[in-house]
Design a protein around this ligand. Sequence first.
Ligand code: AMP
Ligand code: ZN
Length: 676
Amino acid sequence: MTPAQRHASLVREIEASNYRYYVLDDPNVTDAEFDALLRKLRALEEEHPELATDDSPTRRVAGQARTSVVQVKRPVRMLSLDNTYSREDLAEFYRRVVDGLPAGETPRFCVEPKLDGASIEVIYERGRLVQASTRGDGVVGEDITENVRTMRSVPLRIAHERRLTLRGEVVIYRRDLESLNTEREGQGLEPFANPRNAAAGAVRMLDPREVARRPLRAVFYQAVEGAELHATQHETLDWLEKAGLPTHRRHAVVPWEGVWEEIETIDRARDDYPFETDGAVVKVDAYRHQDMLGMTSKFPKWAVAYKFQAEQARTKVLDIAVQVGRTGALTPVAVLEPVALAGTTVSRATLHNAGMVEALDLRIGDTVFIQKAGEVIPQVVSVDLAARDREHEKFRMPTKCPSCGTPVVRDPRDAEKPELGLGAATRCPNRDCPEQIRQRIFYFARRFAMDIDHLGVALVDQLVEHGIVHDVAGLYSVGPERIAKLAHMGEKSAENVFASIQRSKERTFDKVLCGLGIAQVGQVAARQLAEELGSMPEALALDPQALRERVASIHGFGPKMVESVVAFFQDRAQRAVMEELVAAAVGRPQPRAEVAAHGPLSGSSFCVTGVLSKKREEVHADIRAAGGEIHDSVKKTTTYLVAGDKTGKSKLDQAKKFGTTVVTEEQLYARMKGGP
Ligand code: AMP
Ligand code: ZN
């Protein structure tokens, strides 16, 4: 195969697995395999830069943030949909459709889920994605091409020459929101209340690198241009799917008599859909009929949305409790008279912070409406003021930590997050606060981190209360006998907990980092960080300058993340915990991404240092893809030292001592291409 053929075949393979993953929701490769394919493609493009065209999967994320908002004017207005809330309203819609069509025409209807996200328009020209925009006011939207390019559900290339203009919704799948929120919690950020908010905020972000970190997916539901190929809405939807474009794949075509049943089917099934669905859209199926019906200034006359009831419940607020989180943030929580809502019994609802309580004008004793936004924790939507029988006292945030009594501080850092619209957070500044310790331990033990089973609330409470454990590292020095002596702990259960704590020592370094909860660093970033730093002892051995350099070399780590990691490692209390963990042999070194079995660099090992034209992590990946091995420092067995600008003298001395050949970046890449 020629390099161009190899390139085309790799691109096909990558796009096919994107399709399987994002459109069919049926992945055929693991994430690691996918990364390996992408690395291979990068290496190939490195050798043959002419192959790295704009629509290569390696070019999804632009390296630059937008500095300004570019507007896009569209020829076909992006309309809203008329909303209906009852069967009668729907019947009214049907009468208007029949009235608008010549006698003898019998319309059929395409019934689809209404996705709850942010609307976008995407244009393909000669098979290439050329533009994406937000809805804006319908005529003028905002150019978000670079953001949409980062969404792997959207192919950059399609086998369709004619211009194609698509409309769709950018959504976040519920399950992806869970991991995104975990990631945000890890960064000390407020979790998103529902997928819609998370998606809507993200599509317009200025930095595509930020957008790429959000699990956004586009789902197309309409072709405005290019649809001439088909006669009906449902054929277009079927065609989109065949063309490798993401659609909701949940539509049905029925005569009017069947519409209501389809709506009910969607309503029943929507909890199982991966995306949020807030209604059904009923569309006249034939384009011929759509054209005859036309539109009003706001809505097409051939479509209508039927909105499902948002599930709400009314109940009484018995109390407003204040919770202390693992970072010390104080969160007010409404304690409710238990009430049934969307299949579960709800007795608590989050209030985020004092600002929200104030905005709702919520008092203890009030009757409120609560709602489940997505699958997430219920929220208080509003206060039923008519039901307020007397003037309850206003809620005030405590001035002292409810757990340890330390005077609280208002954290100005949180005021810089206007996207939350929630004002500043209130914090307990005492790291030894018992509640913070408990929360840190629970966080550390969670599945995505150290995954420690059997560590129940009652047990952790006692460990902290009796001063047996002062921080996460303390868990590893508690013996089974000590645990068994605590209240409600049998010998058997004590052994179980002890065993699962011991087992957690085998977790890799990234899980330990996750469990420690470094601000700005979630699961994915923790893995990158662990791969770069190797192990906890290696990380602790670095001086701040070296650490900063290493962390800054990681792909996608911006200055904020770098500073957060450096500050974390410099913090005395954090260091003490980490050192204790090392002493207890907690965490294994991070396994490196596997080395290609054969390649031009097979059998050689490399230490990369100094300032290079690319991020060090990328150079590492290229070396591995070419079969080479990476050494973090120059060792006896290191074959080559790749020395960039400003290479330290000590590194060069080491190389001299061990007989390691010093090469430049250019020489390295020449070797990868099979040169001397
Ligand atoms: P609204 O924002 O309430 O006026 O509803 C109109 C919006 O619903 C459209 O702009 C689309 O972004 C969105 N929508 C979601 N799913 C669909 C669908 N299946 N067909 C048409 N529009 C949809
Ligand atoms: Zn406290």
